[in-house]
Design a protein around this ligand. Structure first.
Ligand code: C2O
Ligand code: CU
Length: 477
């Protein structure tokens, strides 16, 4: 069944910028950041005063085709500066949206152009990189979809392309956003919300038809929360992580683990009978805290007979260069600090001070620092010494060590990397990602060719950790 363009738009909570034949594709797009009301808990409660892109949270889905270019004009109608970072796009540092490293922040009342290009197909997202924990947490985030060439999309044989932008909010009894910069959030697991939304709504109903094959894109835009939705009772395959294809893996009872900032693409066959529904449960925090994230409700009228279908075709890989493990330089990054982390202290790097100043954990806390990278805190994060210097064009293996009591989704800008796992031996089958989630006490190795020159951010995507010391520069030159 092919559905009409109209139904396709209707299937998504956020309006979609449709990309038609080449001549009809938008060359430019306007994104306006401004305060506004979001119906997060409607109809059960009042609208929430939030910060929105084009009047909504999540912001509009920006959609392009692989190989395209697009100018996005960002208008800042907030009362503070902002920037937009295009999470996962391998683009030049000048358009990466990081204050100082890429651009001066956009002053209120002005507009700033970003010229984007889309080397990779997949599910990406965009968000501010200025006062990130508060700006993202107040609702500034949206998904960016880069479509594969048309014949590849057709080869997936999906009836529909659905998007669930999952996030959470800390709301008071009037459904208004609670204050930011809480000591406990900075030093523990980050800002967890008390209300989970999918596509900016607590409504947990997805209407489907029995027999449909759906491509479902998941994007975790929460400040801190990890999700693990499980598709038990349906036939589901994982086909991409952070936008990059993986050989289709049947999910079975296993959920899809999504740290903050991560994405996953699935193919799901609606194998329920007409009129039946299947719950998607998030059990990321165990039995005790599991809850229903969404309900697939099949209408009485089937799309086609619900039969067992073949696994989906694999998507072709994106043009990410393969590093050589034998020639690679080895590096190590140790993340430390936080509550129950046993850190004595770290050296705070400010200005041009090369040695920095040693602060005890207690002194750190008083200044709002809780985390360190290789024993250092990048005090002026955008002008501090790099935590890594990488030779341009070389193969690099970086070991990440999580010496803390909390999980951390670590994100590198400007590059996508192969996740090798703790032993770091095998490139075959290693997923390509831009954000890797490490549990407490875990370590993993990543490998990549440093082919994009510039100073790049490396940070935890728990935005309160990023703000409290878990952020540094990787210099590629
Ligand atoms: Cu999605 Cu530096 O961030
Ligand atoms: Cu973290």
């Amino acid at each position: 069944m092919k559905i009409s363009r109209r139904q396709f738009v209707g299937a998504l909570a956020a309006p979609l910028i449709l990309v038609g034949p080449a001549e009809a594709r938008p060359q430019s797009f306007r994104l306006r950041a401004a305060p506004g009301k979001a119906p997060l808990v409607a109809p059960k409660g009042p609208p929430t005063q939030a910060w929105l892109y084009n009047g909504m949270s999540p912001g509009p889905v920006i959609r392009a085709r692989q190989g395209d270019t697009l100018r996005v004009e960002v208008e800042n109608a907030l009362n503070e500066e902002t920037t937009v970072h295009w999470h996962g796009l391998r683009i030049p540092v000048e358009v990466d949206g990081v204050p100082v490293l890429s651009q001066d922040p956009i002053p209120p009342g002005t507009t700033y152009p970003y010229d984007l290009s889309f080397a990779d197909a997949g599910t990406f997202w965009y968000h501010p990189h200025f006062n990130s924990s508060e700006q993202v947490g107040r609702g500034l985030h949206g998904v960016l979809i880069v479509d594969e060439p048309e014949e590849v999309v057709r080869g997936l044989d999906a009836d529909r392309d659905l998007l669930w932008t999952v996030g959470d909010w800390r709301l008071d009894r009037q459904a208004q956003i609670a204050p930011f910069k809480q000591f406990h959030d900075l030093s523990h697991g980050g800002r967890f919300g008390n209300v989970v939304t999918v596509n900016g709504s607590i409504d947990a109903t997805e209407r489907v038809r029995a027999g449909e094959r759906i491509r479902l894109r998941l994007a975790n835009v929460a400040n801190a929360r990890t999700f693990r939705p499980s598709f038990k009772g349906l036939n589901a395959w994982l086909i991409a992580l952070d936008g990059h294809p993986v050989a289709p893996v049947e999910l079975g009872d296993e959920g899809v683990l999504l740290g903050a900032g991560q994405r996953a693409d699935l193919i799901i066959d609606m194998t329920m009978k007409p009129g039946e529904s299947v719950a998607v449960v998030d059990d990321a925090f165990g039995e005790e805290y599991k809850y229903r994230l969404m309900n697939f409700e099949a209408s009485e009228e089937p799309a086609r007979p619900a039969e067992r279908r073949d696994p989906p075709n694999a998507l072709p890989p994106n043009p990410v260069p393969k590093p050589s493990l034998t020639d690679a330089r080895q590096h190590s990054i140790v993340f430390e600090g936080g509550a129950m982390g046993g850190l004595d202290g770290a050296r705070l790097m400010v200005g041009t001070m090369s040695e920095g100043r040693f602060l005890s954990m207690r002194d750190m806390a008083q200044l709002g620092w809780f985390w360190s990278i290789n024993g250092l805190i990048a005090g002026d994060v955008y002008s501090s010494q790099p935590v890594l210097d990488l030779e341009l064009g070389g193969s690099h293996v970086v070991e990440f060590v999580n010496n803390t009591a909390f999980p951390h989704p670590i994100h590198l800008h400007g590059h996508s990397f192969f996740v090798l796992g703790p032993d770091g031996r095998n490139l075959d089958g290693a997923p390509v990602r831009d954000t890797v989630l490490m549990g407490p006490g875990e370590a993993t190795k990543i490998a990549f060719i440093a082919d994009n020159p510039g100073p790049w951010m490396l940070h935890c995507h728990i935005l309160e950790h990023q703000e409290a010391g878990m952020m540094g520069i990787v210099m590629v030159s």
